[in-house]
Write a protein that binds this ligand. Structure first.
Ligand code: HEM
Length: 149
């Protein structure tokens, strides 16, 4: 009788539980973006850029930002969307606006959290800002500036 080939056994280990990227609560994320958008709206350059697109729609936008940042920081998986497409569709967006955004974001996180929490949030924000910047302005002749690294 012909020998049967050994069955192939594939043993899969369950993925280890994902530890949140930053120790922060849902309420703290909500507070951060409440504050940050309060600052954005008053900002002489960024305020009008947002207002042009979000007049009358700030609340649903803020809700989406919360979903996005909970997904990023806590791996909640609640956000799905196309941030690159959305930012590429902003007609007046300039390269330096990302620097202003990061500057304000850094000030807001530093005013709310200890350095151990604020620093990793900023690293993640800068990484995302960099990919949005590259998607919008990057070419072989226009590399991301130092403040995005
Ligand atoms: C350079 C400055 C920026 C400006 C002026 C800006 C402006 C805006 C505006 C007006 C929207 C709403 C778009 C729409 O609903 O059609 C938006 C959406 C969004 N922005 Fe920004 N943004 C900036 C930078 C950033 C950065 C650095 C991040 C992340 C680190 C970010 C994350 C998002 C996300 C997640 C959305 C939601 C997209 C969606 O609705 O699914 N933005 N932004």
């Amino acid at each position: 009788m012909a020998e049967r080939p050994e069955p192939i056994v594939i043993s899969a280990r369950p993925a280890p539980p994902r530890v949140p990227a930053v120790e922060i609560s849902i309420d703290e994320i909500a507070l951060l973006f409440d504050r940050f958008y309060g600052e954005i709206r008053q900002h002489p350059r960024l305020g009008p850029l947002f207002e042009d697109r979000l007049a009358g729609k700030w609340d649903p936008h803020l809700e989406r930002m919360n979903l996005f940042w909970r997904s990023v920081l806590l791996y909640s998986g609640e956000y799905s969307g196309q941030p690159v497409v959305k930012h590429n569709a902003l007609p007046d967006l300039q390269e330096d606006d990302f620097r202003l955004w990061l500057e304000l974001f850094e000030q807001t996180t530093a005013s709310l959290f200890e350095a151990g929490t604020a620093a990793p949030i900023l690293v993640i924000a800068r990484r995302i800002a960099r990919s949005l910047w590259l998607a919008r302005f990057g070419t072989p002749f226009n590399q991301a500036p130092d403040w995005l690294n």
